[in-house]
Each structure stands twice: as C-alpha cells, then as structure tokens.
Design a protein around this ligand. Structure first.
Ligand SMILES: C[S@@+](CC[C@H](N)C(=O)[O-])C[C@H]1O[C@@H](n2cnc3c(N)ncnc32)[C@H](O)[C@@H]1O
Length: 289
C-alpha cells in the first residue's frame, strides 16, 4: 500500500519504473513496428508520465515535462543530440531484451506448469503473454514494488493460469519456503526468469541466488537471465555493481549448460542497430539434467 504522505513514485522501486518507462517509449516511438506489444503499460505509468528529472541517468529536457509522449517526440526529432541518442539506445536495449525473452518464454513455457520471475518488478507477462496461459506464475520482489503493481494492475484480466506475488529477497535461503507457501511445487520443472536483476547484486548475493536456483530446480527446469559485462562504461543506474562477460561459466558451476547472446546479435535479428562494444547479454539454459 502507498502510505499517507508518500507518492506512488516514491513507493515503487525506481529501477522497475525506469524499465517500464523505457518499454513505453519503445511503443510510443515505433507504433505498430514496436518490438513490444503491452497494453498494460498505460495502467502502470499513470497518465503516461515518468515523474523524475532523469531517466536511465539522462537528464530529460525541461520542455517535455514528465510526459512520455513528449519525450518520445523529442527522441524522434533530436536524433543528433547525444542525450537523445543515449536514451534511444536504452529504449532499444529494453525492446530487444523484452522481445527476445518473450520469444524464449513462448518456446519454453509449453513444457512446464510453473514459472518464477525473480526480481519481477513491473514485469507484465502474466497479463499479456499468451504462452503463460496454463502456467502458474510466481513473481518475487520487495513488498513496495509488488504492492504498487497490484494497485495498478489488479483489475486487469490475467492471461496466465494463476499469478502469485511472493514478497522477499531472491538471494536468501528462505526463498524455497516462501515460494512453497504460495503453491510452488519443487518437484516440477520450472522456467526461471531473472531479468535486469543480477547487475544489482553483490558476489555473495549472486551465490545465494544461484544456490536457490540449483536447489529448487527439478529436472527439466530452465533459466533465462540478463547480465552486463565490463564494456558497459559508467553504470547509468545507482547500484549496478556486478559484471560478467562469461555468464555460462558462472552458471556451469551450478550445473547449468547455458548459451549467451550479445544484444547486438539479437538486435540484428530484429532489424535494429546496437553497439557491439556495449556488452549486455541474454543467457538461457538447456533443461536441467
Ligand atoms: C531493473 S528492475 C527489473 C524488473 C523486471 N525484471 C523487468 O525487467 O522489468 C529490478 C528489480 O529487481 C528487484 N530486486 C533487486 N534485488 C532484489 C532482491 N535481492 N530480491 C528481490 N528483488 C530484487 C527490484 O526491486 C526491482 O523490481
């Protein structure tokens, strides 16, 4: 719940809101050609606004106010402005990542009955992704994020079979108990999604998260995760601390066979340009043995 005197903005985790705003900018910029189809975004971003002076570390032009449509118009017009170029690159990053993860889920979800989104933030797939039908979705994040989302989306119909919000830290050893209390079945294969989260974790937290994934994954389980590498100069969001250029080697230590894709390669598949030296990766595993 949003406490008295607290704005909706301060009640939600800023990084989750940033990601939602970048996804909305993709839709506003590209219309029917957008890589994201997400009618829930307008419910998450009240009045199509992003109420902060900066987005993904970029100061927003004053004339846009907080309005995302005005910001999209500026991005379209000011193509040579360095700030606009950097912000468009962030929009592309989110669009590429969202579209590719949607496609991976479309491939993986028909083989499982449960999917857990760790650090779910304002992920809206339970409401919009057709392949979640017949799947129980568990979303883990901190209470303020899940409460904000529930307040905005609770009235919208779900696409998935059922959605359970699970409050708490994804890196601590009580995760299994909290998931089980929400109906998660440890003996069944699971698709795990860890999108835009690992970059915020310390080495010890990443170890805790990986221990959880390994111990809670029945045979047939799979993981989709995103990583940032050393080539990402100047972290644009506070708290981005971890970097990996060989995520499959990390995951192999926990029994996973994983494939890593650079966003620049994914971008080419979607007809977008993305810089090769900006090392952001999408990683997905084979089914666990
Ligand atoms: C950048 S947002 C990404 C949200 C979502 N996965 C997406 O891509 O739209 C990161 C999210 O991870 C959550 N998060 C970060 N560390 C966490 C932790 N240790 N336990 C649970 N959630 C965490 C934050 O609260 C935030 O909602």
């Amino acid at each position: 719940m949003v406490a008295a005197g607290e704005t909706a903005w301060s009640a939600v985790n800023r990084t989750a809101q940033t990601v939602a705003a970048l996804r909305r900018l993709e839709v506003l910029l590209h219309g029917e050609q957008a890589l994201i189809v997400d009618p829930t975004l307008e419910h998450l971003l009240e009045q199509d606004r992003f109420d902060d002076a900066q987005l993904a570390g970029i100061r927003l032009p004053a004339h846009c106010g907080a309005a995302l449509p005005a910001l999209a118009a500026w991005l379209a017009e000011a193509a040579e402005d360095p700030d606009a170029r950097r912000l468009r690159q962030h929009v592309d990053r989110l669009a590429i990542r969202t579209a590719r993860i949607d496609a991976l889920l479309d491939e993986m979800l028909p083989t499982v009955e449960q999917c857990v989104i760790l650090g779910a933030g304002l992920d809206t797939r339970a409401w919009r992704l057709a392949s979640t039908a017949g799947v129980r979705m568990f979303e883990v994040d901190f209470a303020q994020v899940l409460d904000f989302k529930a307040a905005r989306l609770a009235k919208l119909p779900l696409v998935c079979d059922a959605r359970r919000a699970v409050v708490g830290d994804v890196t601590t050893s009580d995760l299994g108990a909290r998931l089980a209390a929400a109906g998660f079945e440890r003996g069944r294969p699971t698709v795990w999604l860890v999108e835009g989260v690992i970059v915020y974790l310390t080495d010890a937290q990443i170890a805790g998260l990986n221990d959880n994934l390994a111990s809670l994954s029945a045979p047939g389980s799979r993981v989709i995760a995103t990583f940032m590498g050393e080539g990402v100069s100047g972290m644009f969001s506070a708290g981005m601390i971890s970097r990996f250029d060989d995520a499959p080697a990390l995951l192999a230590r926990y029994g996973w066979r994983a494939r890593q894709e650079h966003y620049a390669d994914i971008a080419r598949e979607y007809g977008r340009d993305y810089p090769d030296d900006y090392t952001v990766y999408l990683v997905h595993t084979e089914p666990r043995a």
